[in-house]
Design a protein around this ligand. Structure first.
Ligand code: NAD
Length: 263
């Protein structure tokens, strides 16, 4: 059976690329797309591209096409409405949209339990970024002090990035007390970045960038820098395709690609 999949935010930077990639997979069938305007979009390259009809009505698209999976790359303002609509209709979710809150995560967990269905929510689908988070977690056992610099294109709406917040969460699991004390001492200086549970995060937004994360650890006489660069949105595609396949086996919400990759 092919996995019938729809993409919300399909006319966007990520949505287009994801939709195009899904048409290349023999076990996945792209059955529709949702965005703010009804239109036909070309999701392939040049003259060989496939034309996809885009609707504004997610509920109607679900009723019409009966998808197994919804992949969402939209906006923090609408992602939860899309997720509620999908999970309540028994459609599994792969969510790449960032800017979700802790209470959003709790709600998704509850919706999956009630509806006995699965969801994968990941702030970063690039395997290198997942490794960065894990390496940072290991390093934070040996360094008391670290700061994160995240750099993205100027159209990104949320800050700090979901990846930076998740990295800080991983690092916090290692030595929360030491980091919280140091980070809190800079509270009155906005230029020192945002304190995310003990790790200072600095957000840079510039045209030309895609998605870049750097974790710098410091100790007397040494620093350690761990860096990942998504140079194009291609970097996210294998992770999204994996999540579409893996979410079919889930009856719960999974937060982070690290769980699926067992990293
Ligand atoms: P984008 O602005 O290019 O695309 C978003 C699309 O969503 C647009 O076409 C917009 O019209 C559409 N949209 C907005 N509101 C909508 C609604 N109510 N219903 C349907 N469609 C709606 O943004 P992007 O660069 O593609 O990023 C989208 C999201 O994905 C952001 O939150 C970004 O941070 C995130 N992102 C995540 C990853 C990851 O690996 N998890 C990677 C890149 C981007």
């Amino acid at each position: 059976m092919r996995i019938k999949t729809i993409v919300t935010g399909v006319a966007g930077r990520m949505g287009r690329q994801v939709a195009s990639a899904l048409t290349q997979e023999s076990d996945i069938e792209l059955v529709g797309g949702v965005d703010l305007k009804s239109q036909n979009i070309n999701i392939g390259s040049g003259a060989t591209g496939t034309s996809l009809e885009v609707t504004t009505d997610l509920r109607a698209l679900i009723a019409k096409t009966g998808p197994n999976v919804m992949v969402d790359f939209t906006h923090p303002a609408c992602v939860m409405d899309n997720v509620r609509c999908a999970l309540q209709s028994g459609v599994r979710c792969v969510v790449g949209t960032t800017g979700l809150s802790a209470s959003d995560f709790d709600e998704i967990k509850g919706l999956c339990q009630v509806n006995k269905t699965g969801a994968v929510i990941a702030p970063n689908f690039a395997v290198g970024a997942v490794l960065l988070m894990r390496f940072a977690q290991i390093a934070s056992k040996h360094f008391d002090t670290a700061e994160i610099i995240e750099m993205h294109h100027d159209k990104k709406v949320d800050a700090p990035s979901g990846t930076a917040l998740k990295t800080a969460e991983f690092m916090r699991q290692s030595d929360p007390a030491a980091q919280e004390e140091i980070a809190a001492s800079f509270e009155s200086q906005p230029a020192r970045g945002e304190n995310a549970g003990g790790t200072r995060i600095h957000s840079v937004r510039l045209p030309g960038l895609v998605a870049h994360h750097e974790v710098i650890f410091g100790a007397p006489g040494q620093t350690l820098t761990i860096r990942h660069d998504s140079l194009s949105r291609e970097s996210f595609i294998p992770g999204v395709v994996l999540a579409v396949r893996e979410v079919m086996k889930l009856e719960e919400a999974v937060f982070g690609l690290d769980v699926l990759l067992n990293i």
